[in-house]
Design a protein around this ligand. Sequence first.
Ligand code: HEM
Length: 181
Amino acid sequence: MLRYTKTAIALHWLIAVLIIGTFTLGLVMTDIPGLTPAKLRYFSWHKWAGVTVLLLAVLRLLWRLVNRAPPYPAAMPAWQKSAAHALHGVLYVLIFAVPLSGYFYTLAAGVPVVYFGLFELPVLIQPDPALKAVLKEVHYWLNMLMAGLVGMHVAAALKHLVVDRDGVMQRMLPSFKKENS
Ligand code: HEM
């Protein structure tokens, strides 16, 4: 069975781990009452991790545009192939939309984003309290949508592994054999 390239597999799992960590940190940090030094530190870590997801998403999309995904097994029903393509398409959009909504929310709040405390990222919009309130909701609900769709994505992958046993899940797992680049 044809597999994803090593680069695609590395980017997939790196982005997955970072998204789970950034999502969890987002929920934890916003739950801390008041304004403590720890809370401010977590906000910074959250923003740096989120910007890293955005940068990796750019690399991943570019890699995907020049490298085709391996075809699904012939026996897989057409509706499942279409559903998988649609779900993957929406997840690609969300790995951009979720960090971008957080980035613009932060700028609308009048706070510059200083990546790892070293590089100030472009201030693309001016502070705007009304836009800030909208983007806060947008960032939250895009995250909830992504969490639901990632749940479906994981459930589908596990069905391929345990029920269908058709090798579809293994195509995205690291392999230590020399077979792709
Ligand atoms: C993969 C990327 C990201 C994920 C999964 C994510 C996830 C989350 C989650 C789950 C929350 C909690 C929402 C709530 O309970 O109200 C949150 C809040 C927040 N996020 Fe993100 N985020 C990401 C990227 C970013 C980026 C790139 C920035 C800014 C550069 C950012 C800035 C913020 C801020 C400032 C809050 C606090 C909202 C508030 O004031 O209550 N996020 N994020």
